[in-house]
Design a binder for this molecule. Sequence first.
Ligand code: TNX
Length: 853
Amino acid sequence: MSRLAAVVVPLVALVCGIVAVAQEPAAPRLALRWELVDDVFDAEHPDGVSRAVFTLTNVGATTLDAGAWSIHLSALEPAAPERVLSGGVRFTHLGGDQHRLAPATSDAAALAPGTSLRIDYLTRSLVTNLGEAEAHPYLVLTRDPARAYPIDFTATPFVRPSQQGRDPRLITPAEQYRLNAITRERAADDLPPVLPTPAVVQRRAGRLTLAVRPVVSAPPELAGEAALLRDALGDRIAASARGPAPAIRLAVGRVREFASPEAYELDVDPRRGIRITGNSAAGVFYGTQTLRHLLPVRREGDTTVPALRIVDAPRFGYRGLMLDVARNFQPKARVLRVLDLMARYKLNTLHFHLTDDEGWRLEIPALPELTAVGARRGHTADGLEMLPPAFGSGPDAGGAYGSGFYSTADYLEILRYARARHIEVVPEIEMPGHARAALRAMEARYRARLAAGDPVGAARHRLVEPEDRSVYRSAQRYSDNVMNPALDSTYAFIETVIAEVARVHRAAGVPLRWLHAGGDEVPAGAWERSPAAEAVRAASGAAHVRDLWFPFYARVEKLLAAHQVGLAGWEEIALRLETANGRWRYEPNPDFAHRQWRAYVWNNTARGAEDLAYRLANRGYQVVLTPVTHLYFDLAASPNPEDHGLHWGGYVDVDKPFRFIPLDYTRDLDGDPAAPPGGPSIASGAERLTPEGARNVVGIQGNLWGETLYADDRLDEMLLPKLFGLAERAWAPEPDWSRERDAARATELYRAAWSSFATVVGTRELPRLVVDYPGVTYRIPTPGLSLTADGAIAANLSLPGFVLRYTTDGSEPTPSSAAFTAPVRTTGTVTVAAFDATGRRGHAARLGPAPRP
Ligand code: TNX
C-alpha cells in the first residue's frame, strides 16, 4: 500500500462509519445463487419440468427477520416457479415477468448473518437456457417498501446432458458436427460479388483502382445518395492520395431488364469509370451499396473493385425488420446503426415496435404522461408514477434498458436518417392489447387532471373503465393491459396519437403511409364484464363482446384514413374466431379483405394455422410474412443453454431465414437442418398460394422482440448474422433449390447454395462488420465435435472464416490457445471455441475423454 493510500483509507472508513451510524443500520446484503438440479419427467409432467434451487445467503451484518423482507425477481413464463418444495417461502406473481419471494409465514426462521436459506422448487416447464434463469433480483424491506437494495446474483451454468438428458431438443457436439458438415468453404472467386446476391452479374477482365478519391457526379435530385457514397468511400480512401481520380456517375434512368423502382444497373469499367443508373433514387442508392461492398474488406491497402456489370432488382418490394424497443429500450444511436446495417443489405422497412405493456417509447407532446410515466420503469411502492421493472431492467428508474424514449427531435432524426437510406419507418402503436404502458400513463393523467379540477379533461383520454370487472391473463401474464373498444375516450386517445405521429412524419418530409396498429394476442376474457362493452354489444346486436373487435378496427381505419394512412396490424386484425366441428378456429375475416389492410402473419406454430398467411393472401389481404419458425430473431440460435433468447417457436440461426421458402414455406416447418427444405408440406391439407395470393404477399420481415435485449451486446448477438439470411431471402432471386422437385438434386443445390452463402457471411460480411462497426458483437458459432473412427476428436464450424482454438485441460480456450488444425488425440477433454479476427470468441464445445483406440 502506498503511503498516501495508507492515510486515505482509514480516513474514508472513519467518515463512512460516522455517516452510517448517523443514518440507519448497515444496508442488508444478500447473495442469491440459482442452480438447476435436474429435470423431472413423470406422469404428472409428461413434457418435463425442472427442479431448481435458489440459495439465499445473508452476506451482510444485519439479521433479516421473517416478515421483514421480500425479494422481487423476474422469471419468463416457462421458468415461473410454481411449487416450492423447501425453504418456507412463497412466490407471488406481481404481473408480467415479476414475482415476489418472501417467507411464507411471519414466524419463519430469521436469516442471520452468514446463514443461508435453500429454496427448492419446480418450474412450470423445462428450463432450457441460462437466460431463463436470470432472475435480476432485488431486495425490498417491509419497513421501507419504496426502496430497493441490490442482490449479488449468479446463475450456475448447467452442463448438458446430465441435467437435460431427456430434452429432445438438445444439440450435442456430435449433432452440431453433423449439421456443420454440410458447409464447404468456397473459393473467393466462386462467390457472388455482394450480399444479397444480385439478379444478374457479368464479370469482365481487370479491376478498377480507387486509390484516389473518385469524383462522384450526380444530378441535384441524387445529392443525398452522392453524399452518402462520398462519405463511405472517404472512409476507405485517404484524401491525401494524388493522381487521376476515377469518375463515378449517378443517374436516374431506365433499367431495361427490371421494372421495379428499386432496380439499378452498376457498370464498373477500368477505363471509363463507374456508372450507376437506377429506376429511381432508391435504385441508385442500392447501386451505391453494391459498389461499397465490391471493395475488399480490409481498410488498408487494396482499394480495387472488379470490372463487371450488375443488373439487379429485389424479389420483394417489402423487406422489413421489426425492432421492439418497448420491452427494453434501445438508445437512438443503436437504432441509427440498425438502420445503417439494414441499408447496406438492402432492407427497406423498419417496423418500429414503439409501445407495449412494458414501455411507451415515443414522445407524444399532447399526452406527455405517455413518456413521463410510460417510458420509466423502476421499483416504487405504489407503481403510480412509473411502470414496474421488467425483463431484467432492474429496480433503478435511471437504468439504461427499462427507462428511455425518443423525443420528437430524436424521432425526427431517426426518420430523416432512414429516409436518406431509403428505409420507410412503419411505427407500431399497440392496441387494443399489449397496451399496459398506455393504460397506466393515462391513469396518471386522469388523476392529475382530476386533482387539478378538470374532470372533463381527466376523462377525455382515459383508457380504463373503472367498473370493468373482466378477468383475463395475457400471454405475458398481465391482467390489466387491454384498451376497451366501447369507450369513446379510447378513440380520442388513438386519434390524438395518430395525429401526433403523422405530424412528425410530415415534418421529416416522409408522410406516414402506414401505421401498424398492433392487434396481437388480446386475451380471452377481456371486455366480458365491462358494462360499457356489454351496452355496445346489446345495441349492435352482436352475439359476443369479442365481436367488438371488428367495429374497433373499422373505426381505427377511419381515424387513419383522415390522415391518408393505411391500416397495418398483426394477423389478428384480419381474423375472426369461428367454430368448426365444435372447435374454435381462427379464419380469415371476409369483411375487410380487399380493403388493402396489411396483415403481418406471425404465428405458424398453431396447429391448423400453419398456412394462415396463404389463406389471408388468397382472400385478398396484403400479407407480410414474418413466421416465428424462421424469422423471429429473438429466438435462441440453438437449444444450447448458453445461447440467449426465447424458444417458443423453435430456434433461429442464420440458416433459418436463409432456408425460408416465402411462397411455399409449409414445406419446411420441422425439417432436418442438414437437409434441403424441399419436402412435401408437413401441414396436411395446408392451403397453397394462388396466383392472386402470391401477388398479395408484399414481402418478408424479421422480428427482433426485446424481452432479452437487456445487455449492451445482446442486440448484435440476436440480430447478426441472422440479418444476412433475411436480406438474402428478401432481395435475391428465387433460389434454384427451392423449386427443384428431385430430392437428390435439391440436396446438392441446397448444399452448394448454403456453402456459398456461409462462405460469404463468414469470410466477407462478418469481417466487414468488425472493421466498420468496431465492438460489434455478432454471434460466433459454437463448434461441432466428433469422434473419428480411430479415436481422435475432430472439430468443425457452420461458418468458414474463424480460427478454432482448443485446450485439453478443461479450461476455456483463449486467443493464445493452440489452433485446431487437425483431429486431436488426448486422454483429457477437448474444449474448442471459434475466434474472430479481433480475438473475440464464441461458446466453447467439449468432448472427451476419448476412449483409447
Ligand atoms: C409474441 S408475435 C408476441 C410478442 C412477443 C413475442 C416473443 C406477436 C405479435 N406477439 O409480444 O414479444 O411473441 O417472441
